[in-house]
Every structure is written in structure tokens, then in C-alpha cells.
Ligand binder design. Structure first.
Ligand code: P6P
Length: 331
């Protein structure tokens, strides 16, 4: 029997040297929020939580009740702890300020509480994505500048996958580590230490329905992916339509997830601040790379909280090939 290590113990024993208790405790808080959301998500089919909450979020998407629930859980677990100076969520147009009655802290939490929500009612895996920055100006109570930081400045990021099992995968810059929730114990146990992208990769993930709307460069890139990427190992196509699920499978088996810009979504669909940048931080820690087709996602300076970005993320060679085709077209 391998060692039984809870996420709390692992975080404590592996916290970044310069981190104070605040950062370590923030990761605990996220693990707690994940357990609460998992508990509700796993019962989604059994309560009246399914279906639409009636509201429409900033993205113009119908909010599912679980979206709203997950968003509120993360905020309420984190708003009073004194570890954060501000939060930002996909489900909220404006910044989420720390209520005045609570102490503010030195970290920033950005998150997509439940990505892939269109899959909730059809029982397909969905996920939470989060990123952690340092507050830029301690004397202030959290401002947009604290959230609009490039992914290169992340001090930690991760995701929770609510699937056949619930997994929390995170990095604080010292590798990527995965924990699986034991629902009986209510504990996340270390199950995937130092996760690294396998080579050769096995999959490519893209929504082929958009083929007619992609640029010729992206069409050529997809044909390259389909052609066995220059005679190397042939790739199989897998696309779940749930970013965290596709990302997690590719992290375990190797591959590339692509959401290029297309005629109807000229800046792509994936959000930079709380989806692409946190996952880009993770994939680099796992030996991979993430690009918007022109350069690293981590180097993009956000200008708006909900801005979207084209995304190619996974094994470096596959992502750099996308850059090659796109940059050839733009010569
Ligand atoms: P499409 C879910 O809404 C999401 O943001 C990601 O989780 C997923 O990868 C993508 O959209 C799917 O988008 O246009 O292929 O249905």
C-alpha cells in the first residue's frame, strides 16, 4: 500500500519557501470549496438543482443552478479569511471585493466556478479552474490591476474535475500534483505526484464543426494533426466539450487542446484571466506549452477581466506547430 498523504499534509510539506501561512491556507480553502461543490454536483441528478437558474451571466450564457451554487460557495469560503484582497469570477461582471467588515489579505483569487456547465444536465464531467496572484498594492483593498496580471505572475493555479471521481490538480511552481477525493473520508488523497505530459502524445482536441470558419492556417494545422504529425505517432481525436475534462485527459495521456479564433468568435471562446492563464501555468509546470497562436499565453497582459483568447495548449511540439502554421500565414 502506498503512502496515504492528504492534500492538507502535502500542501504544508511543500509550500513555497517564501509563502506564508496565508497561501497555504488559501489552498486548503479551495480544497474545502471543491468538496462542497463535489458533494452537490454528484447529486445534481437527484435534486431540483438541475436546470436553469433563470439568470443570465456576463457571458450571456444561461446560468445553471450549479454555476450559481459553485460561484457562491467559492466566494463564501474565501471572503472572510483575511487571505485575499480581491476575487474575480466568470459568473460576475464586476470584481468581487472583500466585504469591509473582513480583513483583507495579500492574495488574489480568479476562478471559473463551474466550466463546461452546458454539460451539467447530461452528466458529463465539469470543472472549476482557479489562479492565485499576489496583490500588487497592499495599501489598496483590491483593484482591477490586481486581477489583470499576466499568467507569468501567477503564484499558483489548478483545477477541480468533477468526473467519475473528483480530482483536484494544482501547482505552486514546484511541479503539478493531483489529488483524488475519497468521498467517505471527505479527504483529497495524493494520487498523481509530479504529473508530466507524456511523450509521444496521444490526442488532439478540437471542435471540428467549426472547420469552415477557421483560418486557412488553422485548417492546415488540423490536417497536419490528422496526418499523423509528420509520421510520428498518429494522434486520435477526443473532444468532450468540457475544457477541464479535455485538459485533464491530455495532461495524463499527452496531447493538444485547441480552441482557435473563428469567424463567429474572432478572439476565440476561452477566457484568458481565469481559464487560459491558470491552465497555461499548469501545463508549463508539466513540461508543456500554451499559446494564442503567436506566443505564450503567460506573457499576455490582460486588458479586460472577461477577455477571450485563442488557445492551443498541451505538448510543446504540437502547440509550436500551430504557431508555425499561423505565423506562416501572417508573414
Ligand atoms: P464549443 C464550455 O462552455 C467551454 O467554455 C469549455 O469548457 C469547452 O471546451 C468549450 O466551451 C466548448 O465549446 O464551442 O466546442 O461547444
Amino acid at each position: 500500500m502506498s503512502k496515504i498523504i492528504t492534500i492538507e499534509r502535502f500542501i504544508l510539506e511543500n509550500q513555497p519557501i517564501n509563502a506564508r501561512g496565508e497561501f497555504t491556507n488559501l489552498l486548503y480553502d479551495i480544497a474545502l470549496a471543491a468538496k462542497i461543490i463535489a458533494h452537490k454536483t454528484n447529486r445534481a441528478g437527484l435534486t431540483d438543482i438541475l436546470g436553469r437558474a433563470g439568470a443570465v451571466n456576463i457571458q450571456g450564457e444561461q446560468q445553471q443552478k450549479l454555476d450559481v451554487f459553485a460561484d457562491e460557495v467559492i466566494f463564501r469560503v474565501c471572503d472572510h479569511t483575511g487571505r485575499l484582497c480581491v476575487m474575480a469570477s466568470e459568473e460576475n461582471e464586476a470584481l468581487l471585493h472583500i466585504p469591509n467588515e473582513y480583513e483583507k489579505g495579500s492574495y488574489v483569487l480568479v476562478y471559473d466556478p463551474l466550466d463546461g456547465s452546458s454539460n451539467i444536465d447530461v452528466n458529463v464531467s465539469i470543472g472549476t479552474i482557479f489562479g492565485i496572484y499576489r496583490c500588487k498594492d497592499w495599501s489598496q483593498r483590491g483593484r482591477l490591476e490586481d486581477v489583470l496580471q499576466p499568467g507569468r505572475d501567477l503564484v499558483g493555479s489548478g483545477y477541480v474535475l468533477y468526473g467519475s471521481s473528483t480530482m483536484l490538480v494544482y501547482s505552486t511552481g514546484q511541479g503539478v500534483h493531483g489529488f483524488t477525493l475519497d468521498p467517505e473520508l471527505g479527504e483529497f488523497l495524493l494520487s498523481h505526484k509530479q504529473m508530466k505530459l507524456p511523450n509521444p502524445p496521444a490526442y488532439f482536441s478540437i471542435n471540428h464543426a467549426y472547420y469552415p470558419r477557421w483560418s486557412p492556417a488553422v485548417q492546415k494545422y488540423v490536417q497536419w494533426l490528422q496526418s499523423g504529425n509528420e509520421g510520428k505517432t498518429p494522434l486520435s481525436s477526443r473532444y468532450i466539450g468540457s475544457l477541464v475534462a479535455d485538459f485533464h485527459r491530455n495532461l495524463l495521456r499527452g496531447g493538444v487542446f485547441c480552441y482557435p479564433s473563428e469567424v463567429n468568435q474572432p478572439r476565440g471562446k476561452i477566457r484568458l484571466v481565469y481559464e487560459a492563464a491558470p491552465l497555461a501555468f499548469l501545463i508549463e509546470q508539466a513540461g508543456g506549452y500554451a499559446s494564442d497562436g503567436f506566443g505564450s499565453i503567460l506573457n499576455i497582459e490582460p486588458t479586460e477581466l472577461h477577455q477571450r483568447v485563442p488557445l492551443f495548449i498541451g505538448n510543446r511540439r504540437l502547440v509550436e506547430k500551430a504557431e508555425y502554421f499561423i505565423q506562416m500565414e501572417n508573414k
